[in-house]
Design a protein around this ligand. Structure first.
Ligand code: AMP
Length: 280
């Protein structure tokens, strides 16, 4: 496996491999890799001759007072995991390499961001779209792999690719969870012992809410149910609870089709998100 830190050498290396007719699968990450990331890498490995993983904690997608500084970083372990997973290129650029000068153009996401994380983290998806667009230009992969865990992110990226007529295929992969149901996340290491014990309540509450949705509960009833259950945690605070159509992300009291029940919960040092999709 090659570890590459500059855009020039990434392009040079990929040019040679592409000249041999090899197809390229790309997995963009912020590092502190876990089995969720590895599931994306394995799927890319199965589908392409060349697998590129990027590790870049993107400052643009963190708002003021968010956890950019305390976001977990462990490039040596990431390198080892990528090596073991058969990655060909680990792209690990610096902030200066990615953003060397003031931008002359800004990316602003205008659809699907007035709810959920788009609403509670203003500008977050502009930062995500900017870095993903830049990375896709650098790697020019045949397909890029994203986790369904970040459901709104996948929707935003799929729409961006369509809007900008890009040829890359965007593949969404299922959420990988701990045995107790907690969605794997790099941020889980920032939970204290008590928080880690209680955090699986996010998903178990969503499962119960999904059952209630199937037995006919309204949007308001579902939201009240999730809020009441999560309030009992008394560990941190609810950032949002919402019930929307998916992938349109529209609020409707009459629930039908695919519906997303989504939560964001702020623990002392980690804000976690989770969701469940229900077919009604
Ligand atoms: P991150 O490093 O958190 O930016 O995540 C990089 C990619 O891995 C994103 O596409 C995430 O959606 C995906 N991902 C993160 N956690 C999981 C998980 N538990 N299961 C599946 N994919 C995940």
């Amino acid at each position: 496996m090659k570890v590459i830190k500059t855009i020039d050498s990434l392009r040079r290396d990929l040019q040679l491999r592409k000249a041999d007719g090899h197809s390229v699968g790309f997995v963009p990450t912020m590092g502190a890799l876990h089995e969720g990331h590895l599931s994306l890498i394995h799927q890319a490995r199965d589908n392409h001759e060349v697998v590129v993983v990027s590790v870049f904690v993107n400052p643009l997608q963190f708002g003021e007072g968010e956890d950019f500084e305390s976001y977990p970083r462990d490039i040596e372990r990431d390198q080892q995991l990528c090596e073991e997973a058969g990655v060909d290129i680990l792209f690990y650029p610096s902030v200066e390499e990615m953003y060397p000068r003031e931008a002359s153009v800004e990316i602003r996401v205008v659809q699907g961001v007035d709810v959920l994380c788009g609403k509670s983290r203003p500008g977050h998806f502009d930062g995500v779209a900017t870095v993903v667009l830049k990375l896709l230009h650098m790697v020019e992969p045949n397909a890029a792999y994203f986790g369904q865990k970040d459901a709104q992110q996948v929707a935003v990226i799929k729409q961006m690719v369509q809007t900008l007529s890009m040829s890359v295929q965007i593949i969404a992969c299922p959420t990988v969870r701990e045995e107790d149901g907690l969605a794997k996340s790099s941020r889980n290491v920032n939970l204290n012992t008590r928080e880690r014990e209680l955090a699986p309540a996010l998903y178990s509450t969503l499962i119960k809410a999904a059952e209630l949705a199937k037995s006919g509960s309204s949007r308001t009833e579902l939201m009240e149910y999730v809020v009441k259950n999560l309030d009992q945690l008394e560990l941190g605070s609810i950032d949002y609870v919402d019930v929307l159509t998916y992938p349109e992300l529209v609020a409707s009291e009459q629930l039908s089709g695919t519906v997303i029940i989504a939560v964001a919960y702020q623990f002392s040092r980690a804000r976690l998100i989770d969701h469940i999709l229900v077919e009604l």
